[in-house]
Design a protein around this ligand. Structure first.
Ligand code: CP3
Length: 355
């Protein structure tokens, strides 16, 4: 399969479909590249906007969300855009107010069965119409596909119950043991709302979707089998008829790969803790996305490029979407992102078995 095209002057241009083809399992001679948190605080043009607008205001104003989505694409020849929003977006319309400081803060975390029973379950068009509008604006301008996204039920429930980000979600894990019925009710509502919300994004023009289960890894196998995987599966199954590629992300979750391998997602986004060739053996048949350590973008250019080449080589055993193992860190020099994207574009994958 050819993944590059030639334009009128004979120069190679990147096929608009490189990311989507790869996500559908067609391995070409180049790996597409986009980066989680490619829009955000490491870009001075983002910080300039942020001085004038609060975070929620940026998300809820389609023109601003579209502008922020497009900022990294103006700087770097990325192969996909991810719509600017947050995994917390569905919580306020469900009745859970969220502030950012700068991470999410829920002043009245959910604790009782009654707290959960009170939650609203807005339909896909009601959750966040501004996200649909922002996707339409980006589609009109971007030359590359737009990725829609949402948080997976288990990860969003973790914030809603814990009340903020946490390194281990101990309060939330205790709550799952203490209030399993309320937990299932909460996850059930989140799965419904998330499915409708992602379907709305696809109708608005998102050509792929990513489900962020960022904190799945803090749970043991049994906890994930009970409270995580079934609800992620429901959301992903609920998108099957749309035909768009589904990306599932979990971090620190190698112990869950036997379960993740069976999820109905075409692509699994993996962190940097294991090389991609080892991950591929654990996730047979999946397109892999990842997995450069985001901290490497803070290193010297030579070390960064050596590490990125290693990731590209380790990814050659099958279809590979180049990305980081998690989001771009705040102190990342934009010049290093430019170097990284160029390196990935110049790397020609070897012909060989299994591609
Ligand atoms: C866990 C999670 C959140 N949000 C998100 C996740 C899943 C991805 C992951 O695992 O990191 C997803 C997210 N949040 C944001 C995007 C935008 C799109 C993109 O990737 O470029 C995406 C995809 C913008 C944002 N979301 C947030 C910011 C920073 C707000 C600011 O400008 O001060 C941005 C640009 C706020 C936010 N929102 C969240 C945190 C932890 C924080 C603060 C800390 C941080 O910035 O990493 C929750």
């Amino acid at each position: 399969m050819t993944t590059t095209e030639t334009d009128a002057d004979g120069t190679e241009v990147r096929a608009r479909t490189l990311f989507l083809d790869t996500a559908r399992g067609l391995a070409g001679d180049r790996a597409p590249v986009w980066l989680m948190r490619q829009a955000g605080r490491y870009l001075p043009e983002y910080r300039a906007l942020k001085e004038r607008h609060a975070f929620w205001e940026m998300c809820r104003t389609p023109e601003i969300a579209a502008e922020v989505t497009l900022q990294p694409l103006r700087r770097f020849p990325l192969d996909a855009a991810i719509i600017f929003s947050d995994i917390m977006t569905p919580l306020p319309p469900m009745g859970v107010p969220v502030d950012f400081a700068p991470g999410p803060v829920i002043r009245s975390p959910l604790r009782s069965a009654a707290d959960v029973a009170r939650l609203a379950t807005p339909g896909g068009d009601e959750v966040a119409p501004f996200v649909g509008e922002a996707i339409r604006l980006v589609r009109a301008e971007a030359e590359v596909p737009v990725i829609g996204f949402a948080g997976a039920p288990l990860t969003v429930a973790g914030y809603a119950v814990q009340g903020a980000g946490s390194s281990d979600y101990a309060e939330f894990r205790a709550w799952l043991h203490r209030e399993p019925r309320a937990a299932h009710d909460l996850l059930d509502k989140l799965a419904d709302v998330t499915t409708g919300y992602l379907r709305m994004q696809i109708e608005a023009g998102a050509e792929a979707v990513q489900l962020f289960d960022s904190w799945a890894g803090v749970h043991d196998r049994r906890g994930y089998a009970t409270f995580g995987m079934p609800y992620a599966r429901r959301v992903l199954d609920g998108l099957a008829d749309t035909g768009v590629p589904r990306v599932y992300l979990a971090v620190g979750a190698a112990h869950l790969y036997p379960q993740i391998a069976r999820l109905p997602a075409e692509v699994v986004s993996v962190d940097w803790r294991q090389p991609l060739d080892a991950v591929r053996a654990a996730l047979p048949g999946k397109v892999l996305q990842g997995n450069l350590d985001p901290a490497v973008l803070l290193a010297e250019p030579g070390d960064l490029l050596a590490a990125a080449r290693r990731v590209l080589r380790e990814g050659q055993g099958g279809p590979h979407v180049f990305n980081l193992g998690h989001g771009v860190l705040q102190g990342t020099p934009p010049d290093n992102v430019a170097r990284l994207v160029d390196l990935v574009h110049d790397f020609v994958r070897e012909e060989g078995e299994g591609r």
